[in-house]
Design a binder for this molecule. Structure first.
Ligand SMILES: [Zn+2]
Length: 253
């Protein structure tokens, strides 16, 4: 069913949330747009202006590593101050109420953590851009440290003490999906009773397979997204309203 208006959407969602014990939210870029972070894949998004830097180019070309850090710091100046939106805060409220065993996100912006969900309960399918790691030894580096080194070296990407390359903890195009995250997401999807796909166009595979997994395992599937998705026909409830407007009433004060 596609909800005809916002009050109906909120009321249907409230019934489903009250009836269920294990909600797994699956979030995409749409939940963060009200926080000022654009959907990079959308028309006019960053990736239509800059070609993404594939993983093998990062690994083989020093210029590409410098360029990727140059872009990252430019983004930091634009979006670094972003705060969780109503969608994030509503999910955090359900989490504190013990209804969310874990959540799956395609976002790399750290806003679920910032809203109060423990990092251990967040599965980040595409990693996290708010810190960096060495690709060889796994050492974690904070962005301000990387930036200081980068600028001191005349806009050159610093390397780890072990000689490895330092990269934001994100999954780049052409980089393998993290196996552990995929497994945990699959387990969450298979064991929930209500799967809430929020702000994702559900086109990026394999991430988009999780709503299907949840549905096949018997969960109720709800899709909240401004645009249509390929899974709307499969969903038990489809909400095409503003995410903040729909989820705002679920923020516990
Ligand atoms: Zn290292």
């Amino acid at each position: 069913m596609i909800t005809p208006d916002l009050p109906t959407a909120i009321s249907r969602l409230r019934d489903l949330i009250e009836e269920t014990q294990a909600i797994v939210p699956f979030t995409g870029a749409g939940i963060s747009t009200e926080c000022g972070i654009p959907d990079f894949r959308s028309p006019g998004g960053i990736w239509t202006k800059y070609q993404p830097i594939p993983f093998d180019a990062f690994m083989t070309d020093r210029e590409m590593r410098d360029e990727s850090w140059r872009r990252r710091f430019a983004m930091e100046d634009q979006f670094g101050g972003a705060k969780p939106g109503r969608g994030h805060r509503a999910i955090a409220s359900l989490y504190r109420a013990g209804k969310v065993p874990g959540l799956i996100t395609q976002n790399i912006d750290n806003l679920h953590q910032a809203s109060g969900v423990a990092a251990k309960d967040i599965v980040e399918l595409h990693g996290n851009t708010t810190y960096a790691t060495c690709l060889d030894c796994g050492e974690r580096y904070e962005l301000p440290w990387v930036r200081k080194k980068f600028e001191a070296a005349g806009n050159r990407a610093p390397d780890c003490d072990c000689g490895g390359y330092i990269k934001t903890a994100t999954v780049s195009f052409g980089q393998a999906m993290p196996a552990e995250a995929m497994e945990r997401a699959d387990e969450l999807a298979r064991n929930c009773s209500l799967f809430l796909a929020i702000g994702s166009s559900l086109v990026v595979w394999p991430a988009a397979g999780f709503p299907l997994t949840a549905k096949r395992a018997g969960a109720i599937l709800v899709i909240i997204n401004r645009e249509t998705t390929d899974f709307d026909d499969l969903a038990d409830l489809v909400v095409r309203e503003d995410i903040g407007d729909v989820l705002g009433p679920f923020i516990a004060h």
